[in-house]
Design a protein around this ligand. Structure first.
Ligand code: ATP
Length: 503
């Protein structure tokens, strides 16, 4: 018996064991897909103990597709007849794009052809019985998505000259190493390239050299996902015959292009679907050797995710901002972009109702109750034609916009946004950075001066507001703070216990 629970800042929805994949999709990710089609950024991640049905919900068997195939279907159905026909605009870094030369475009097309050919070759070897890594799982050999409704779509209210270019990537975090699941490793060679997390000049993290493939239909995107899934690290454990030993991240990036005259990229939005590996207790799995090492890394990164969520939640009300340890694991470092005000975040919590995992499940539920309290303010960057040179200004405007929304949302409360760390761990993208910095400094100087006057006005309004609400509001705040303190103390205790258990 498996239950699914959706948890996000807008509330919690619980789906019982009888709920169909369609119902879960409609009650959870469909709204995110709509947001992404409108230009927003969304992250959805699965959470739960091992063997709780995360991959089932995420991908689903062929006759009963999960969240990812359904999202692809709705995205492409909604874009019917509005796909951008060329491949001269490609996403790069975090939310930038580059214009490809004709040679680069030809290289893109041929590399995609080779990748898709790989699927056919793999299928032949699968039917010959050479590999069974994906047996019993979700994907048909012809790459079709049988169970997804062909009609589900959103009506996009954009001018007729607006076109969409869709790109996908698929990677995994295995033993704290990031690997591109679309990398074609020559046969006989087992060593895969380790990719690095990098930051652009705006402080947004992205995976350097990750492959992005332009896809023109949901079937094509699904085939790409199939190829990646076959490369993912799966192994049999005592609790799950096909247990994910890594966190996998499938990202869909949509370039909204104004296709009149010289094509202009208007927005770049992203839907990231992250199937987290399940937490596992060694006393139950009896893992040893390589499996034990994997379990240690999985539990470690999930623990850091918990710490980050707890710190973000505390920061919403604290006078002094706690350090959020995003950099303690690759997973949280990668997710930082979404958690720091750049998108909507939702979590799917899977529950296996087997009584043997009762206390682990209770921990998962407590975790999700806390995660739900974190408010992430969403901002939607709009690109201009001369994107690169206006980036500093855009950044400031985005920050201003996010601040305004945050103030409206959290009147009298502390920010849920977390300041970017300034020291870069990995690679600093140096291109144009000097120019950008100068522009940014000039612009920031102006912003700081302007902001000073506004702040005084804001303070006055704030005082009036405080008087108006009076004693009743103050009492409510004290009570809320007390409750939060208690929950937070309980949670810290829980973390310490979990840490001890996993050792
Ligand atoms: N709702 C469901 N209905 C039927 N079978 C399910 C359901 N959810 C999960 N299963 C089955 O339970 C088993 C474990 O599911 P799955 O591999 O999705 O778990 P998981 O949480 O991803 O585990 P891990 O973290 O170890 O990768 C699979 O055989 C799957 O087919």
């Amino acid at each position: 018996m498996f239950c699914v629970m959706l948890s996000c800042c807008c509330g919690v929805q619980v789906f019982g064991p009888e709920a169909s994949q369609k119902t879960v999709f409609e009650g959870s990710v469909r709204g995110l897909v709509q947001d992404v089609l409108q230009g927003g950024n969304c992250l959805l991640f699965t959470y739960g103990v091992t063997n709780a049905g995360k991959t089932f919900t995420f991908l689903g068997p062929d006759h009963n597709s999960g969240l990812l195939p359904r999202s692809l279907s709705v995205i492409f159905n909604s874009m019917e007849g509005r796909l951008y026909g060329r491949s001269d605009l490609k996403p790069q870094r975090c939310r930038d794009f580059s214009r490809l030369t004709p040679d680069q475009q030809a290289a893109e097309i041929s590399s995609k052809r080779n990748l898709l050919r790989l699927l056919k070759e793999n299928d032949k070897s699968l039917t010959a019985g050479k590999s069974a890594s994906f047996e019993g799982s979700s994907i048909s050999s012809d790459g079709s998505m049988n169970s997804v409704s062909e009609t589900d779509s959103f009506c996009l209210d954009f001018p007729s000259n607006v076109r969409f270019s869709v790109w996908v990537s698929f990677c995994e975090i295995y033993n704290e190493n990031i690997h591109d699941l679309l990398e074609q490793v020559p046969s006989g060679q087992h060593k895969r390239t380790v990719l690095r997390l990098s930051q652009d000049v705006k402080g947004n993290s992205f995976i350097k050299d990750l492959r992005w493939i332009q896809v023109n239909s949901s079937e094509e995107a699904y085939k790409v996902m199939k190829i990646g899934k076959r490369n993912q690290s799966l192994s049999a454990t005592r609790l799950n015959q096909l247990s994910s030993r890594s966190h996998s991240i499938f990202s869909i990036r949509i370039l909204r292009i104004d296709d009149s005259g010289v094509p202009r990229v208007h927005t770049i939005s992203e839907l990231s679907l992250c199937d987290l590996a399940g937490s596992e207790r060694c006393s139950r799995t009896h893992n040893t050797g390589e499996r034990l090492k994997e379990a240690g890394n999985i539990n470690g990164s999930l623990l850091t995710l918990g710490k980050c969520i707890n710190a973000m939640r505390l920061n919403q009300n604290a006078k002094f901002q706690h350090h959020v340890p995003f950099r303690e694991s690759k997973l949280t470092h990668f997710l930082q972009f979404f958690f720091c005000g750049s998108g909507r975040v939702s979590m799917v919590v899977n529950i296996n109702q087997n009584s043997s995992c009762f206390d682990e499940t209770l921990n998962v539920l407590k975790f999700s109750a806390l995660a739900q309290k974190v408010v992430v303010v969403n901002s939607r960057p709009v690109l201009d034609d001369s994107t690169c040179h206006k980036s500093a200004m855009e950044l400031s405007l985005i920050i201003d916009e996010a601040d305004q929304r945050r103030n409206m949302l959290n009147q009298g409360r502390r920010s849920s946004l977390v300041a970017w760390e300034t020291s870069l761990e990995d690679v600093l993208e140096a291109e144009d950075s000097e120019e950008w910095k100068e522009e940014e400094e000039d612009f920031m100087e102006g912003t700081v001066l302007e902001a000073g006057g506004e702040e005084e006005d804001g303070d006055r309004t704030m005082e009036e507001e405080t008087e108006k609400f009076g004693q009743e509001a103050a009492l409510r705040l004290v009570l809320e703070a007390q409750i939060r303190e208690e929950v937070s103390a309980e949670f810290m205790e829980l973390f310490n216990k979990m840490e001890k258990d996993y050792r």
